[in-house]
Write a protein that binds this ligand. Structure first.
Ligand code: TRP
Length: 462
């Protein structure tokens, strides 16, 4: 079900922000795509987060026609971090980092997951439609089981139910606001597929309440190398904190691994972590100049100095803002609470009321057509329609409401047409071919989504 876009911004405290002239009045002229993503509050933001997530996300939030939701996934953090001060500190640091880097809470929904208790309530509703077998196959859970097996331990040794349920909580984050697009790293795509699966099952059982979200994996954004040349990541302990003080930043940059080529010797840009880092911050001209310097045999010390100055030039003004924000946590606190409060009032609370009623958590006196909802859901499913044309051949099409998704050629017998349909349902859709044409307004993804919906419906029946 589509709900209307919010008219107002969040965070009316108005303290932190530079005021920008008022936005055009409410009601967006073009349809808005709702983009939502969460940031787990289990660490200190580093340069890799900045280049790979913060910088591109803030740029994307300024695009027309998108309505962005960014939130601090602190419930998710509890799966990994069980030191309360670290959860608290990380939440503050990440919030301050995003604001310092230019996130505008007047234009973007910015909130903290745990300020929206409807998230956990929805998690339970989804838990009751989530297939346990599907959760068994989640990468993070499976990896933990594999490690146990390797160590000769019991499969589930040391694994919390929180880790197991992680994908359901994440689905609740997304479905609670009926997000269309979810920008994530590759490792999270499976979670979005699971969210779709839970949404489909729920919609099938209780009527069409949820939008099916799509993962967006940004292929362009660089993954930064860390101090040791491997991908910059907390788990490799090779990160450079985004807001390290200038002196510490310099020290860290000077500790980046290089080869042993002496000054005067030409250097390779291809496998140089230093060069990749430089490129992530520099413009094209600067990068070309650095490439030339490598060819001319720049010494590693000089190259590091240049890298340090380049990064510091971009980061220093942000660092100053960051420090100001972190010094006054009560302002961020207020801003986050305001953000959550308006989202709850506008969406989460009424939506949960609707969902509770849909599943039967209802006023005992209310009269409702129980069967009708299941039938409506059935009617909302895409269908294969088989028919015979004037030429005597047997055709089929896949339709979703009014929309034709697929159109087949003519088959000799209804049995052949039926077999082709069965194969589609079993194997999925790999693209139009001689036997199948896409409908005028359809694309591969729409066909596959329809087949997924049919399969989900089939499985809930079974
Ligand atoms: N699991 C995500 C990560 O580790 C964080 C996250 C939590 C998230 N909830 C989300 C991302 C909802 C997108 C949408 O990166």
């Amino acid at each position: 079900m589509e709900r209307t876009s919010p008219a107002g911004g969040v965070g009316r405290s108005g303290k932190l922000r530079i005021r920008i002239p008022d936005r055009a009045p409410a009601a967006p002229a073009m349809p808005q795509t709702r983009v939502l993503t969460g940031i787990t509050t289990s660490g200190t933001p580093h340069l890799g987060n900045y280049v790979g997530a913060i910088r591109p996300a803030i740029a994307a939030s300024r695009a027309p026609g998108v309505e962005s939701f960014y939130f601090l996934a602190d419930y998710h953090a509890l799966v990994k971090v069980q030191q309360p001060e670290r959860v608290q500190r990380s939440t503050l640091e990440i919030a301050a980092a995003w604001l310092a880097c230019g996130l505008d809470p007047d234009k973007v929904r910015f909130y903290r997951q745990s300020d929206i208790p409807e998230t956990t309530e929805l998690t339970w509703l989804l838990t009751c439609v989530a297939g346990k077998g599907l959760l068994n196959r989640a990468h993070a859970y499976k990896a933990a089981v594999d490690r146990n097996r390797e160590g000769g331990e019991d499969d589930d040794a040391g694994i919390s139910a929180g880790l197991f349920m992680y994908p359901v909580l994440m689905a609740a984050d997304i479905l609670l606001f009926n997000a269309h697009k979810v920008p994530v790293g590759r490792d999270q795509v499976q979670h979005i597929e699971m969210a779709r699966d839970f949404a489909q099952r729920f919609n099938h059982l209780y009527g069409n309440h949820f939008t099916l979200p799509e993962a967006v994996v940004e292929e362009q954004v660089a993954t930064l190398p860390g101090l040791d040349g491997r991908k910059m990541s907390k788990s490799y302990d090779n990160t450079i904190p985004l807001f390290a003080p200038r002196e510490q930043l310099k020290k860290l940059i000077f500790s980046i691994v290089t080869d042993s080529r002496a000054p005067g010797e030409a250097k390779d840009t291809g496998d140089s972590a230093l060069f990749q880092l430089y490129q992530a911050f520099a413009g094209t001209d600067e990068t070309a100049a650095m490439r030339q310097a490598y060819a001319d045999g720049i010494g590693w010390g000089d190259a590091k100095q240049r890298l340090f100055e380049r990064i510091d030039a971009e980061v220093a003004p942000l660092r100053e803002k960051y420090e100001g924000l972190v010094a006054r946590p009560e302002r961020i606190e207020q801003q986050l609470r305001d953000g959550a409060q308006s989202l709850r009032a506008q969406y989460a609370t009424p939506f949960l009321r609707e969902l509770r009623a849909a599943v039967g958590l209802r006023d005992l006196g209310a009269r409702v057509a129980g069967k009708a909802t299941a039938k409506q859901a059935q009617a909302a499913l895409p269908v294969f329609k088989q028919y015979r044309e004037a030429d005597g051949r047997f055709h089929f099409k896949l339709v979703d409401g009014e929309r034709v998704l697929l159109q087949s050629r003519g088959f000799e017998s209804p049995k052949e047409a039926g077999q082709r349909i069965a194969a589609l349902r079993r194997d999925g859709f790999t693209g139009a071919d001689a036997g199948l044409a896409l409908g005028p307004e359809a694309d591969n993804a729409a066909v596959q989504a329809a087949l997924d919906a049919l399969r989900a419906a089939e499985e809930t029946k079974a």
